[in-house]
Write a protein that binds this ligand. Structure first.
Ligand SMILES: [Zn+2]
Ligand SMILES: [Zn+2]
Length: 308
């Protein structure tokens, strides 16, 4: 029996063999629920096995959202009209390159990510991540997701910076840098150790959060993971449009930030925001290098004046 309702009697009342009838029953017995909450509850009642319901949902959500977000970039890459917004316009990924990348990403998803996804529900239960309806308020979810973005970005910055040292780069991170001009699909093209350790920023930060607060909903986690996937795919898209988010939110990293990282192999280590690279002077690219040298010159002049 599913635990999606606080009241077990409701779960019994709405139960049926057909998805449509369960959905209709939930609409009748719980009309105060929103459409998405009703679909969510129907899924759990229909599956009648919370472990399988959460596991399957998470796996399908990840695959669906990742590839659906990659699709527009795949189409854009095949249309010369968009070339004027390509950050490295001479480096268009070939169909062969994209196919190879797709095969590798799919294999890694099934081998590396399938197992944690199947053990996700028992872990949620242990940690107190709720699957029940109704969902938390929009305000609570937005604040939690904003916090996860900030925390993941911090984790990503430091670990990614570490991955650029010696053997960490040679044996782990080099795989992700195969494409000096990235494309959407390449977002998750990485060594399994990298997928798991950088992935800790995405899954582990919410886990630490719920361990501390004792309060988090699985739906919030689904939205967060979807947005984080979109961010990662977009950052690898290779396109900077006039309407790209970083043109409106100057601290948002976006493709322009991460493309430079792939191009120059050094600097721009953060994922979502620009503040770590800016304040720790690790910005990538020739413009950042000139600005850095200017700053060093100014400091040298200042110091010389101080001691003369
Ligand atoms: Zn890197
Ligand atoms: Zn990358």
């Amino acid at each position: 029996m599913s635990t999606v309702f606080n009241n077990a009697t409701i779960s019994k009342l709405v139960k049926d063999d057909s998805f449509q009838i369960i959905f209709k029953n939930i609409g009748n017995y719980q009309p105060q629920l929103t459409f998405i909450e009703q679909v969510w509850a129907t899924w759990y009642v229909y599956m009648n096995n919370d472990v399988l319901a959460t596991g399957l949902m998470f796996f399908v959500l990840h695959e669906f959202m990742y590839f659906i977000r990659c699709l527009p970039w795949f189409i854009i890459d095949s249309l010369p009209y968009f070339r004027k917004w390509k950050i490295q316009p001479t480096k268009i990924p070939s169909k062969k390159e994209q196919l190879e990348c797709l095969k590798s990403v799919l294999l890694s998803h099934f081998l590396v990510e399938a197992i944690p996804i199947w053990t996700f529900h028992p872990m949620c239960e242990k940690l107190g991540i709720s699957v029940k309806v109704p969902f938390p308020s929009l305000k609570t979810m937005s604040l939690e997701i904003a916090l996860f973005f900030v925390l993941e970005d911090m984790w990503h910055y430091w670990l990614h910076r570490l991955f650029h040292y010696g053997n960490f780069y040679k044996y782990i991170h080099k795989q992700h840098h195969r494409y000096a001009a990235p494309f959407g699909l390449a977002a998750e093209y990485a060594h399994p150790i990298e997928t798991m350790s950088l992935g800790f920023g995405t899954v582990g930060m919410p886990i630490l959060y719920v361990m501390y607060t004792g309060n988090l909903h699985l739906f919030t986690l689904c939205i967060w993971i979807t947005l984080r996937l979109f961010q990662a795919v977009d950052a690898h898209s290779g396109y900077d449009f006039p309407w790209s988010l970083h043109n409106f939110l100057p601290f948002w990293a976006g493709a322009e930030h991460h493309d430079l990282h792939h191009h120059y192999f050094i600097g721009n280590y953060a994922s979502s925001f620009r503040w770590w690279d800016y304040y720790l002077d690790t910005e990538a690219g020739p413009d950042a290098k000139i600005a850095r040298e200017e700053r060093m010159k100014l400091t040298a002049v200042k110091n010389a004046k101080k001691y003369n």
